[in-house]
Structures are given as structure tokens and as C-alpha cells.
Design a protein around this ligand. Structure first.
Ligand SMILES: [Zn+2]
Length: 216
């Protein structure tokens, strides 16, 4: 009814946490305190072949579960929340202040159809909603590589070496490009993307929701 819309406009209803749908969101954060605490977040700087990269947590327990919900159960909302928390962290990280582009790692169209959306793009959209940066939409995945988690490091590099290409890559020239992905495991995907960015004279950096506990 129109009067309810009017009341909502004057007194907006308090926002529920998108993760639990029970508690109210914490002021200035995208979820409730309890849901965010369960993720056990901690900002880490990772030096990957000389590139500055950051991760927000370890790929285990609740964070692992939530990333699985995003990836395999089409939980777009959870992806946005994780992206927004990532955006808040990037905003505070002094070495990322010069970032010009967010570059989500692309999915192959076959996988995109199966999953419904690219989780890295959703994360980038979440980041952008709190930290105003442009998303570079010109990355393409040419080969539908086998799930990389089942492969060793050498096999991963081989599968990835021709997997990606960039459209209009001159836009990256001289720009700081933040490669966005959900999980950091061996760094093979990141290194392939970073190599491409460098090929077009961009400066690659990386950010991940979680890093594999094995590399700790
Ligand atoms: Zn919650």
C-alpha cells in the first residue's frame, strides 16, 4: 500500500544481515557482527613472484562454506557481502590507493552457464559498491580448463598458459590493475593473469577472499 511505502521512506526499516536474515547489520558493515566474526577474517599481504597481493582470510571452516555457497549454490548475496568486506579492506590498504581497474578472473562460458554467474565478477561488484573503482570487463577465458584444484602446480600452469585473453588491452597501459579472485591456492591463475596485464604494460596486483591453508 502506498502509505506503507511512505512510512518506509520516512522511517526506513532496519536492514537484516543478508547472511543469516535474522540479525541487523552492523553500522558501516555489510553483515551482522556474529556472521562476520564467524569468518575469522585477517588481512594478509602475500608476495607472489614480486607482485603485491592480499587475502582476507583462510580457506577453511565458515569462510570455505560460504565461498562454496557462492560458487556452487548461486548465493549471489553472500558474494556481494564478501566483495563489500573486501572493498572496505582495500579502501584501508595504502598500497592499493593507486588502483585504476578491478580485473575479475573470468569464467569460461560453459562454466558460467552452469554456475549462473562469475563469482569473481560478483566480488568485484561488491568491492566497487564501497570502493569506487572501474571493473575491466574485457577478460575472456578461452579454454574450459579442468577443475584446477585437482591438478599439481606444473599441470595447472600448462592448462592455463593459453587460457585467457584480454579485449582492448591498451586501456591497461600504465594502469594499476587489481586482479580479483575468490581463492588463492598455488597462484597459477593469478600469475597467468598478471603476466597478461604486464604484457600490455599494466601493473598487476591481486586480492583474494581466502588463501589456501596449505600455503601458510
Ligand atoms: Zn548475520
Amino acid at each position: 500500500m502506498w502509505w506503507q511505502d511512505l512510512i518506509d521512506l520516512v522511517y526506513p526499516p532496519p536492514l537484516l544481515c543478508p547472511l543469516c536474515q535474522i540479525a541487523l547489520i552492523e553500522e558501516g558493515l555489510p553483515g551482522c557482527r556474529s556472521c562476520l566474526d564467524q569468518l575469522n577474517l585477517g588481512w594478509r599481504c602475500l608476495d607472489i613472484s614480486g607482485y603485491a597481493c592480499y587475502s582476507m582470510g583462510i580457506y577453511e571452516q565458515r569462510l570455505k562454506e560460504l565461498l562454496g555457497e557462492v560458487k556452487y549454490h548461486r548465493n549471489y548475496q553472500a558474494g556481494m557481502v564478501l566483495g563489500q568486506v573486501l572493498g572496505l579492506a582495500c579502501q584501508e590498504e595504502s598500497s592499493l590507493q593507486g588502483v585504476d581497474w578491478l580485473l575479475p578472473v573470468p569464467l569460461h562460458p560453459n562454466r558460467l552457464e552452469k554456475r549462473g554467474f562469475n563469482q569473481a565478477l560478483v566480488l568485484a561488484e561488491g568491492i566497487r559498491s564501497v570502493w569506487k573503482r572501474n571493473i575491466f570487463g574485457g577478460a575472456i577465458r578461452r579454454h574450459d580448463t579442468e577443475p584446477l584444484r585437482d591438478q599439481g602446480p606444473i599441470a595447472r600452469r600448462r592448462s592455463l598458459s593459453h587460457a585467457f585473453l584480454l579485449n582492448n588491452p591498451t586501456r591497461l597501459q600504465g594502469k594499476r590493475v587489481l586482479i580479483v579472485d575468490d581463492i588463492f591456492t598455488t597462484g597459477a591463475t593469478f600469475q597467468t593473469m598478471a603476466g597478461l596485464v604486464q604484457l600490455y604494460q599494466g601493473i598487476p596486483l591481486g586480492v583474494f577472499v581466502a588463501k589456501s591453508p596449505r600455503e601458510e
